[in-house]
Ligand binder design. Sequence first.
Ligand code: PMP
Length: 400
Amino acid sequence: VFEHVTRAPDIPVYAVMVAYKEDPCPFKLNLGIGVYRTEEGKPLLLNVVRKAEKLLVNELSANKEDLPITGIAEFNKLSAKLIFGADSSAIQENRATTVQCLSGSGSLRIGAEFLAKHYHQRTVYMSQPTYANHPNFFVPAGITVKTYRYYDPTTCGLDFQGLLEDLGAASFGAIVLLQTCGHNPTGVDPSLEQWEQIRKLMRLNGLLPFFDCAYQGFVSASLDADAQPVRMFVADGGECLTALSYSKIMGLYAERVGALSIVCKTADVASRVESQLKLIIRPMYSNPPIHGASIVTAILKDREMYGEWVTELKAMTDRITIMRQQLYNALHDRAIPGDWSHITKQVGMFSLTGLNAEQVAFLTKEYHIYMSSDGRINLSGLSTRTVPYLADAIHAAVAL
Ligand code: PMP
């Protein structure tokens, strides 16, 4: 009965991972990954996560009962506080509902499903380009995906005029997916002044913001500053959705911890919205897992552990910034044709280098350097030791 099933194409980012694994070269370099790596190229388990896990060991092994459909109530409260700020009107007026979901992906998927069922508009606008998985959260829910201009390849920066024009022309009420900070894959974020213009335009046209918050704290190392775009939209009293992920910011990838929040106009609406979210979640996976969300809760509610977390988060962000600077210096020292200042202007874990698919193929074939064909690199995949090697390789690729 399954003979008709055709083979699905490989998912590009995983194909790069497999190719890297199979390459026997001792100095191969993987810049295609979407996770943080240490200076030694190793995954990072945060000390504070280890500590919280130890403290929780008895509690977690004593209780394996199901969580409520919406997850750990305290986790949801603390997650709302993290993204909206403790003094947020949405929290004080109880007009936001927050539910624990399976990381950022699960939060986006549940959010999309909710919108398909309960929102009058069935079109979502996404930045061009965006995280490759973004359309897949919305299309299965029956929502049409359109794009708005975002990245200008001539400057490797923001096409702000294009963005305003496209959002200005979007149909009234359309959903707009926005990345709060550390935009994947471009590393290009609007300034706060630009965000304010985006907010005004979107509110004027009744566009509904859906914020993907996967890198809070990965740009400025200030959790509050990085959440500012969301907070500007919440402060005006209008609706928005947020998908918060703890994968990167606490290094909890495989624990699948995240939270979907829906900010409404009143507490009564928020409570009705939450009741509908339960109906969406229950047939999908019934309730979320307890382990990772317990770790997050323990860290967020304890002043000392919270402080330790912020210090470790800052260390990750600082290392990324150092890698940006070192890469820029190395490219500059080699007098490689082109303006490489975007490497230090871009922010967060990723940089869209401006290398084209042919140059990327050359880097992989001749230098065993792996990245996606759009030229996106993960800065944390670099180290002080490997930066000169990458710069030499780019030098050769640009001379092609
Ligand atoms: N959004 C963005 C922008 C991402 O980069 C990622 C992960 N690469 C995700 C969402 C989803 O990640 P997760 O499900 O692990 O939170």
